[in-house]
Design a protein around this ligand. Sequence first.
Ligand SMILES: *[C@@H]1O[C@H](CO)[C@@H](O)[C@H](O)[C@H]1NC(C)=O
Ligand SMILES: *[C@@H]1O[C@H](CO)[C@@H](O)[C@H](O)[C@H]1NC(C)=O
Length: 313
Amino acid sequence: MRRRNNSTVTEFILVGFTAIPQLQFVLFILFLTIYIFTITTNVIIIGTVRAERHLHKPMYFFISNFSFLEIWYTTTFIPKMMAGLVTGNKTISVHGCIIQFYFIFAFGATVNFLLAVMSYDRYLAICHPLHYTTIMTSKVSGYLALFAWTAGLFAPLMPAVWISTLYFCGPQNIDHFFCDFAPLLNLSCTDTSLVEVTFFTFAWSIILCCFFFTMVSYIHIISTVLRIQFPFGRQKTFSTCSSHLAVVSIYYGTVIFIYVRPTARTTFHLDKVVSIFYSMVTPLFNPIVYSLRNQEVKKAVQKFCISIKDLVK
Ligand SMILES: *[C@@H]1O[C@H](CO)[C@@H](O)[C@H](O)[C@H]1NC(C)=O
Ligand SMILES: *[C@@H]1O[C@H](CO)[C@@H](O)[C@H](O)[C@H]1NC(C)=O
């Protein structure tokens, strides 16, 4: 039974990783390194795509837009988590928590839509190369990105408003490193079954639709690539696509594990560890996989970094 008393909770405690107190500093350094590395590589990619005229193509526009998104996404929770690790003060106001919930899921949904858009872009380029330039104009790619962002920002609006009407009366501990849906809901003293069903239906439809769309695009891409006659061309296209596919698989594997389920669970230890993958590891590797494996981008990045160095001198 959930405890019900008259005290309204105004603050939560984001427990995070407190199993071993001595580990707090090590974790702080680890997350700081991940955060700095994620921000730096993504900023370099945005700067490079902007500076290089020959990268002004839809594919690179999407990659830089994706980098832009990853910066926002990781910023919604890593700085707060690091502050908690270094000061030991892990409190977050209930409003702050709901705002964090909203932005994590808004940017998270945008990641899904943008991955689907990017796979569609590759599908057109590889499976319909003759029509690609007429279909995927810069205007169309702009609209597709705008769609991904708008749909993503709208998606968690209703659940967030709904959660803000719930009554929280203790306990205060959120057993996670950000305000995730299930651990947050677990603390409410109001009956939450309707919110749960609504949220999970929303989450399911977005995640599974984007997942199937992305997978179908890659299946078409791979079957087209396998029909390429020249071994060199095949290998080159295949290595790019297989690395995209690896990132997409890690991302969806973990996201589906956490969010595609009928109701909220009550223990979150495993969820916390699995969440690290989609929330920190994929934003860290995305820029590397999507761009630095690409020779054209690699050269442009080197040029860009040298020009920045000269500028600083
Ligand atoms: C912890 O931080 C919150 C603001 O995030 C502040 O209101 C609270 O007083 C702090 N608690 C302690 C013990 O410093
Ligand atoms: C990404 O796309 C969104 C929506 O079209 C736009 O607001 C944003 O400025 C773009 N960012 C970059 C870096 O291209």
